[in-house]
Design a protein around this ligand. Structure first.
Ligand SMILES: [Cu+2]
Length: 184
């Protein structure tokens, strides 16, 4: 994962796919620490069916100095899977902030059933991990005063993309028993 929007957030991600089961392992650091006296929630998703890329600064089409989530959609696509800590993993849980990891550094591991669109994107190389939530102090002041492009009840900082990484397929074919496993 590489930082977006000057967030300082970094990390790494592995998606291990066996049939329709995916195990996602993530380590994230340098993320926004606190939000309203609690751990800063970091919505995180597998985005799918865009160009399979992370946006550059030119994606800031409204010129406010940040690439918000919507401005990144042409690059990384829409939410395919919400990498929540429990319960639903569908796009419906995209902003279920109480079910995402939080704080400045965290590890995440979860096994869940892949839905067909996300599985297809993983195979076709258009699956992109995006971690959201940036310390507003790191944003241009005018952008930090805005509300989120995804939910007008949340500040822009809460949903701003903080880190992004493209997933590259790798066959882990060393032990072919039981069919081919695809590590991504
Ligand atoms: Cu996202």
């Amino acid at each position: 994962l590489s930082a977006l929007n000057n967030s300082g957030t970094a990390g790494d991600v592995m998606v291990d796919v066996h049939g329709n089961q995916a195990t996602v392992t993530m380590n994230v650091s340098g993320a926004a620490q606190t939000f309203m006296d609690g751990p800063f929630p970091h919505a995180q998703h597998i985005h799918i069916h865009g160009q399979g890329t992370c946006p550059g600064p030119e994606a800031d089409t409204d010129g406010d100095g940040v690439v918000n989530t919507t401005e990144g959609h042409p690059s990384y696509g829409m939410i395919g899977t919400s990498l929540t800590t429990e319960g639903d993993t569908s796009p419906d849980s995209g902003l279920a902030v109480e079910r995402f990891p939080g704080g400045s550094a965290y590890s995440y591991e979860r096994t869940f059933e892949l839905d067909a669109p996300t599985a297809e994107a993983l195979k076709s190389g258009t699956a992109v991990i995006v971690v959201h939530g940036v310390d507003p102090a790191l944003m241009p002041a005018a952008a930090a005063e805005k509300m989120s492009d995804l939910d007008p009840a949340l500040p822009a900082a809460a949903t701003l993309p903080a880190a992004c990484g493209t997933l590259t397929a790798a066959q882990m074919g060393a032990m072919p028993e039981g069919g081919a496993d695809t590590g991504v």
